[in-house]
Design a protein around this ligand. Structure first.
Ligand code: B12
Length: 268
């Protein structure tokens, strides 16, 4: 890409977000996650613009929380997609012959890997992307495009201290791989009956949606910056609100599952 084009690109993106990077699409091809969104990948995709959305407030804000940090703020799918769509609109106006497709979470892209290849942080043994400034308390979104970028970085890994593996309440982290069947975050999001062990762990954690243990014990998260995104700061609510599900990250699952989890926590 010409230096002048790169300048324009940086200008458009940096007006809206502070932490972003670039990687090649070809590096991610072998780790694509098959999902409905796969069909939205542009034919001839060559590059990925990866963007981080930090979401955590200061630690004190979570003292009495009954849901995990990512669920305490406005639904990140909405917040991130709004910004990604704005960026894509400007990019399309600038490069009319090229394609730009935004994704977040419900994405064929293995986002942690994309962010690491884009130079935005290291991959933790808990499977999460750890950014130098914000730790792992970041959402990842991306724009897949026909513009071509090289990978910005070689993939780096965390210090592998083993704390996330040791402290995971269900032993779901094994040699840096997550066993989804065991992961407590997954259990809190699952419909139907939970095992006695899962119920016990949810009660012990006091967390009615998601699980943050592997992030809370991570030394890389010890001294990180809080979010500077207003939509997250202004929507903060550390308690599950079953009366007003709209706009919450847990809304997609409906009230019954969270209600079940809260009853487990409250011993009902
Ligand atoms: C399915 C899913 C889950 C599942 C399963 C998680 C899992 N790790 O298997 C469940 C529901 C349990 C879950 C839980 C959580 N999730 Co989740 N999840 C996803 C989702 C949709 C897909 C993950 C996936 O299947 N990846 C594919 C497999 C293959 O990945 P993997 O096994 O980790 O393999 C990696 C390595 O092999 C590496 N890799 C691949 N090839 C190569 C080659 C080389 C050379 C190297 C070096 C590495 C490498 O990259 C792969 C992908 O990262 C992603 C969004 C996305 N599209 O990526 C969010 C995502 C990973 N989740 C996210 C979050 C926030 C969470 C929770 C923290 C929420 C919570 N508080 O409860 C927890 C954390 C639990 C944990 N420690 O993983 C964020 C993570 C942000 C970050 N900082 O990393 C993501 C990126 C969503 C987002 N857009 O922000 N999640």
């Amino acid at each position: 890409m010409l230096e002048s084009d790169m300048k324009k690109l940086n200008y458009i993106i940096s007006r809206r977000v502070s932490t972003y990077g670039f990687c090649s699409f070809s590096s991610l091809k072998d780790s694509l996650i098959q999902c409905r969104a796969t069909s939205r990948i542009p034919i001839g995709a060559q590059g990925v613009i990866t963007i981080l959305f930090p979401y955590s407030l200061e630690n004190e804000a979570y003292e009495n929380a009954n849901i995990s940090r990512y669920a305490c703020v406005a639904d990140y799918h909405d917040v991130a997609l709004k910004t990604l769509n704005e960026i894509c609109a400007e990019l399309r106006a600038q490069w009319q012959a090229e394609e730009f497709q935004p994704f977040v979470d419900n994405s064929p892209i293995a986002e942690v890997y994309a962010a690491a290849l884009s130079g935005l942080g290291k991959i933790g043994s808990n499977g999460l992307l750890i950014n130098d400034d914000y730790g792992s308390w970041v959402f990842i979104g991306e724009v897949v495009t026909t513009l071509k970028f090289d990978d910005s970085a070689q993939v780096q890994f965390c210090s592998k201290c083993g704390l996330c593996e040791k402290k995971c309440p269900t032993g779901a982290i094994i040699n840096g791989r997550i066993d989804r069947e065991k992961c407590l975050s997954d259990a809190t999001q699952r419909k139907g009956d939970l095992t006695d062990k899962q119920k016990k762990m949810i009660k012990k954690s006091g967390c009615g949606w998601g699980c943050d243990v592997c992030q809370l014990v991570c030394p890389h998260n010890a001294d990180v910056k809080p979010t500077d995104i207003d939509e997250f700061k202004n929507s903060f609510s550390p308690y599950a609100d079953l009366e007003n599900l709209e706009g919450k990250a847990y809304a997609w699952r409906g009230a019954a599952v969270i209600d079940r989890n809260l009853k487990i926590i409250n011993g009902e």
